[in-house]
Design a protein around this ligand. Sequence first.
Ligand SMILES: [Zn+2]
Ligand SMILES: [Zn+2]
Ligand SMILES: [Zn+2]
Length: 500
Amino acid sequence: MPNDLSPLRRSQVVGTYGPGAVVDFRAGQKGGSVSIVTAGLDAWDERSKKPGLAHDQVIFEPRLQHKLNIAGFRLPPVNPEIAPGVPAKNADTLLGVRFPSWLQCPGCHLLKRAFRWDPEPGQAAPVCQSCSVEQGKKVYPIPVRFIVTCANGHLDEFPWERWAEHTPSCTKQKPLRLVATNVAGLAGLLLSCTECDQRRSMEGCFSTDVLKTVIGKCSRRRPWLPGDAEDTCDAPPTVVQRGASNLYFPVVDSALDIPPWSDRVQKVLENHWHDLLNAAPEDRADLIRILKLHERVGRTVEELVKLVEERSRLLAEPTNESIRWEEWAQLTRHDQPFGAQEEFEGHPERVPDEIRRWVGRLTVLSRLREVRAIRGFNPRDPARWRARPPHRPRSQLIPRPGCLRIEVRGEGIFVALNGERLAKWESQPDVITRVATVAERYAERQRGDQEREITPTPAARSQLGACIDPAALARLWVLRVVSAGTPLRRPRSVGTWPGS
Ligand SMILES: [Zn+2]
Ligand SMILES: [Zn+2]
Ligand SMILES: [Zn+2]
């Protein structure tokens, strides 16, 4: 299909290939390289026959919905198979916007926007016709190395035209050329105009002050979203290399599908849940009757109204932390196998004698659904990113509330450490000293952040917090060795008990 690039896994889209990320593709098997910004959900909807939550590929998770105040989640589109190996026609695809649009030919070194190169029918990568004829093979111009961004995540093209400093009489109709000379570094990279012959080296293009004189303020462009740029941005624009690893850090929320949310009733209610929850309590019975939800779950209207009330109380103000603690509460509640007909199935196991001193509880989770939602990203400075509250990503993927989500099904092991032993261990003098050293280094780092005007990260860690992550990671490493080939995810740690 024209302009199709490579297939992606859904999990990649809620990660490094998420909306707003600049990613490289190859057009076809031997085609040229294509750099794009993955488009946000509004762009998907512009092309989709069923926009928003009317789309077939949606999912629901009441706890995350409530936390983010949205009615549901879109899945990254997949092309369903209508028969084994036969994908459906006209299915939605993940969209990308070409970025940067400036491409340079490796043969003649000319620099032009993508639409000014010779198109290759059905391919996203154009060719340089004259170099292709000269070399007897297809020569594909490649996306330029430099792009402009700011601390708020806006993205724009490098100002090639303005950097070139044409003569006043130049019509700027002919292409630019970028040539590497013998001089080392950016000073040796020479940009020239093939019409007026003005030349300028790229030296200083990474300097914020120099760039300011060329382009002034941030353009506030967000190529991953349709429509106008945002109203304001005071962050100074800077030049970065395309493909720099610090451009994109997705902000991801996740939750396990736990009881009571994992039960059959909730699955029936799911796409009406947001409406039921937001309806006035006295209107819920009517809504249930109109939608015939009571018939579908096999309960009376009154029973269902009560269930909605109970569950709406459960949802009261969840933060990321309480989402984790609700999971903890579910996992520690059961002494017998539970959840056989649900998304969440567990089997408490007898703790083996050799580890009983350290481990208080062991549960094998034979069925588990984790949901992960991406709702924005933070650019550039990982220190700033760490310091920001995770619910306020700097760059929203979409201007109106909504979210992109995936679900992962798998298995898990729940390990609760022996609380008494842990308390004893925490009070040992050498542990206290060690943690104090870690805390001091942490504080030092925060002071450094403050000097660089970065908001310090909140709350020092507890003794347990300082050691639990490394301990969990060590166990994960052991699991990786014994279960070679099985994909494992990072341990899900809970944090400090709320209020303590
Ligand atoms: Zn060429
Ligand atoms: Zn010129
Ligand atoms: Zn900006």
